[in-house]
Design a binder for this molecule. Structure first.
Ligand code: NAD
Ligand code: UFG
Length: 337
């Protein structure tokens, strides 16, 4: 299994997965509409790996364009990252989210089947666990979504379970990511959010570089050790390496399997601020504000299934995550622009 179509391969996680796939001897081909990414990323991937991946600018809802790609390349498998991911935006524009994420996925799966390509690794999210009844969360926990983005992930997971049930040729991994952060150690690729970041670490790093003035800490009255929210932050390079492991596991795994991709350990918002300050030498100005609607207190993964069945585990610790994040942010104060 060599030739891999990577939808959304120019994005934050996709670009790191490209590096990992090339290093593992795969031939990844990008399809991305560049809605939330920059084509410069292809040059950066080439600088890191010495291999320039082929990249096609197209929307996955364009079935004609997808058919052409499948005819040209005869892919062995697909890694499907393409999607919109901003929770707040999905509440304001649900139709756009369903159309892009669910509609795009349905187009992709049809074209895959037309071309006898039944191997798929899909980017799901810990958001499908909704408000967890207990932590660590394992893959059999009840599923529930609280916003259109989360519903779109749940719907796609359901479609994939049903496809695998109906046709035993499908071999599918659903990777449920916890909180990806940081950047490749080269400082050449990283997260470059459009506008003001929604997520904690890009916000903190933009305060660190002086683009933003102050971090709002959303709530210090949660039932957690210091009162601030606890999450399972994972180095994006660790997350990326889970994709080649998942591709290899498809050789033996039939049907549709879900895997948690996290470290199994949670850190609070204030612990993240302190760790960033240690790594960067910058002081992060913050103020505690009201809780953010929809947030939960604590979320971290039970990682036993991915360790046992994918032979994968996260390796980078918090200090490494902060060091690499700061290298990316300080080398690229305005991201790719
Ligand atoms: P990203 O926005 O950086 O990457 C997504 C890429 O998909 C972008 O390059 C975008 O231009 C492209 N894209 C979007 N819609 C497309 C379409 N219709 N056709 C072609 N290309 C399209 O996001 P990311 O953080 O790299 O996330 C990748 C995947 O992982 C997404 O599916 C996201 O929902 C999922 N995920 C992300 C996180 C996170 O915190 N970053 C957490 C859990 C799951
Ligand atoms: N937080 C702040 N200030 C900020 C941003 C975040 O205090 O400016 C806090 C949040 O309240 C939360 C923690 O930092 O306690 C992490 O928040 P993020 O927004 O970085 O991440 P979430 O866990 O809320 O959500 C992320 C993705 C979702 C995904 C989920 C699970 O944004 O799409 O992880 O994978 F569903």
């Amino acid at each position: 299994m060599k030739k891999i179509l990577v939808t959304g391969g120019a994005g934050y996680i996709g670009s790191h997965a490209l590096v990992s796939l090339i290093e593992q001897g795969f031939t990844p081909v990008i399809v991305d509409n560049l809605r939330n990414s920059d084509i410069k990323v292809v040059d950066r991937i080439a600088q890191i790996t010495g291999v320039r991946p082929e990249a096609h600018i197209a929307d996955i809802r364009d079935e004609r364009a997808l058919r052409q790609l499948f005819a040209d390349y005869q892919f062995d498998a697909v890694i499907h990252f393409a999607g919109l991911k901003a929770v707040g935006e999905s509440v304001a524009q649900p139709q756009r989210y369903y159309h892009n994420n669910v509609g795009g996925s349905l187009s992709l799966f049809s074209v895959m089947a037309e071309h006898d390509c039944y191997r798929l690794v899909f980017s799901s999210s810990a958001t499908v666990y909704g408000v967890p009844e207990s932590v660590p969360i394992n893959e059999t926990a009840p599923l529930c979504a609280t916003n259109p983005y989360g519903h779109s992930k749940l719907m796609i997971e359901q479609v994939l379970h049903d496809l695998a049930e109906a046709d035993s040729r499908w071999q599918i991994s659903l990777l449920r990511y916890f909180n990806p952060i940081s950047a490749h150690s080269s400082g050449l690729i990283g997260e470059d959010p459009d506008g003001v970041p929604n997520n904690l670490m890009p916000y903190i790093s933009q305060v660190g570089i002086g683009r933003l003035k102050q971090l709002s800490v959303y709530g210090d009255d949660y039932d957690t050790p210091d009162g601030t929210g606890v999450r399972d932050y994972i180095h994006v390079v660790d997350l990326a390496s889970a994709h080649s492991k998942a591709l290899l596991a498809l050789d033996v795994d039939h049907g549709c399997q879900a895997y948690n991709i996290g470290t199994g350990r949670g850190y609070s918002v204030l612990e993240m601020v302190q760790a960033f300050e240690r790594a960067s030498g910058q002081v992060i100005n913050y103020q505690v504000r009201a809780r953010r609607p929809g947030d939960i207190a604590t979320c971290y993964a039970d990682t036993r299934k991915s360790a046992e069945q994918l032979a994968w585990r996260a390796e980078f610790d918090l200090d490494a995550m902060m060091r690499d994040l700061w290298r990316w942010q300080s080398n690229n104060p305005s991201g790719y622009k």
